[in-house]
Design a protein around this ligand. Structure first.
Ligand code: DUC
Ligand code: ZN
Ligand code: ZN
Length: 472
């Protein structure tokens, strides 16, 4: 009998580069051997020819982020990571948000308190920097990067978060000097505000006008500007939640001109469209309000092609969980606010992996290897977690998903988040994780969630390995 804790037999293991038949042996939470006909083990799981992928790394999700009352996120680190695990994600990277006037360190400490003892799977934090004071730029941020908080998000829109070009240049300089990944939310704030006021003046305040206030050109312009700022400082950026053709064209242009620009997209830009925000002035479309907004079918096709051809580096959920009913979410106390006041964001932490496997892999749009690259390996590399996370290799954490390929109709009641709807209700899916292992422990067995709060650990990130190493 071997000394392994667990052996997975007859796996069809998929990595970002290969698919191969093997047994996978686990000891102390790590993969210790990959081979054929490994010796018997006291605990074995027969994967019987099913595909086994690395557990997903969801590199963009929002959990228990502070909000102005009465708005409150529905998912905290308990329900959010439970939902992630049941959907095949084993690492999440939500955001420690600095409020204006707050020290960055205090924001990180507050966010640790929100996570401590609650997470079921491993996690780390990106930082959101809304107030890049000299203390932040010179002391707090460089020190936090050294401690393993090696990525931060910059907003070009939202009044409470947006930075001007000079502030962005300052932050990109810190990213360059200290080897951090800068993520950018690219939408032109002034255009959005101007359009919003005109829509309001015309009485056009129903949810669907959210999309009218944020047309593609506001994303196109900000994407181009973000790339210009990154070029000026000579440091890479990662543009998050890219929604359609015009932004994709900008990024292709940037790449063709030698700029180092990485890009992320999300399920909502493949599976939702402007019609989901409403075809009339009804309020139900508030459920699909997110920013940038979903576009049209032609833009969905552009995003699919860009996933397949390598334009996109990362596929994340941008899970931003607000209930529709109740006092804290999209329809607070039964009120139906103007689109300006509806919280931006949709749930998706549990559905991200299965949507892409079903429609991308089984739909013949991307390879299995590309699926792994986008959902696990590249996010781990982009944020300094690879090779511990995001791959199937000796020495990596035993974060694994065994896939069940079966058709079913998705319903919110099957999901484990604390949100009262899924935007993907009624979709036919062809696969769902049949088993999720987090550091060798079963957290989801295909029917039941089996995790325990507090077993997920905080991860200190290394230097993002997608970035050039300027230290030599
Ligand atoms: N947009 C964001 O920028 N963040 C959260 C969700 C959303 O829709
Ligand atoms: Zn954003
Ligand atoms: Zn987001």
């Amino acid at each position: 009998m071997s000394s392994f804790d667990l052996t997975i037999r007859n796996a069809r293991a998929v990595t970002a580069s290969d698919t191969f038949e093997c047994d996978i042996a686990v000891k102390d939470g790590r993969i210790v051997q990959i081979g054929s006909r490994l010796p018997p083990c006291a605990r074995e799981i027969d994967a019987a020819g099913r595909f086994v992928t690395p557990g997903g790394v969801d590199a963009h999700c929002h959990l228990d982020q502070p909000e102005p009352p009465p708005i409150k996120m529905a998912d905290d680190f308990d329900t959010g990571t439970r939902s992630a695990a049941c959907g095949g994600t084993t690492t999440v990277i939500p955001f420690a948000l600095q409020q204006k006037g707050q020290s960055l360190r205090a924001a990180v400490e507050d966010y640790h308190r929100r996570a401590d003892g609650k997470a079921h799977i491993d996690y780390t934090f990106h930082l959101i920097i809304s107030d890049p004071t000299p203390a932040v730029l010179n002391d707090e941020l460089p020190q936090l990067i050294k401690e393993g908080y090696t990525s931060f998000k910059i907003y070009m829109t939202y009044d409470s978060l947006k930075l001007d070009d000079g502030q962005i240049l300052d932050l990109l300089s810190v990213a360059r000097e200290h080897g951090a990944m800068a993520m950018i939310h690219a939408e032109n704030a002034d255009c959005i505000e101007w359009l919003t006021r005109r829509l309001e003046a015309a009485g056009r305040t129903a949810p669907r006008f959210h999309g009218h206030a944020r047309p593609m050109l506001v994303e196109r312009e900000a994407t181009h500007r973000a790339m210009a700022l990154s070029e000026l400082v000579d440091t890479p950026i990662l543009i998050v939640h890219v929604s359609g053709r015009e932004a994709v064209e900008q990024i292709r242009w940037g790449r063709a001109h030698g700029l180092q620009v990485f890009a992320e997209t999300c399920p909502q830009y493949l599976f939702l469209s402007a019609e989901d925000l409403g075809i009339d002035d009804g309020y139900l479309g508030a459920r699909c309000i997110c920013s940038p907004p979903p576009r049209d079918k032609a833009n969905q096709e552009v995003i699919w092609r860009a996933l397949a051809d390598g334009l996109f580096t990362v596929f994340s959920s941008d899970h931003a969980p607000y209930r529709f009913e109740g006092t804290e979410g999209k329809r607070p106390g039964g009120e139906e606010p103007d689109f300006r006041h509806i919280p931006n964001g949709i749930p998706g932490i549990e559905t991200r992996m299965a949507l892409l496997w079903s429609e991308g892999v089984l739909g013949g749009r991307i390879t299995r290897e590309k699926f792994v690259e986008l959902t696990a390996t590249n996010p781990a590399k982009a944020y300094g977690l690879h090779p511990r996370k995001g791959t199937i290799a000796v020495g990596a954490d035993a974060d694994l998903v065994i896939w069940d390929e079966r058709s079913f109709v998705l319903k919110n009641e099957q999901l484990h988040h604390a949100v009262d709807y899924t935007p993907y209700e009624g979709m036919n899916l062809g696969a769902w994780p049949g088993l999720t292992l987090c550091r060798g422990e079963v957290v989801w067995d295909g029917t039941s969630f089996t995790g325990r709060p507090g077993t997920g650990k905080f991860l200190h990130c290394g230097r993002p390995t997608l970035l050039p190493d300027r230290s030599r």
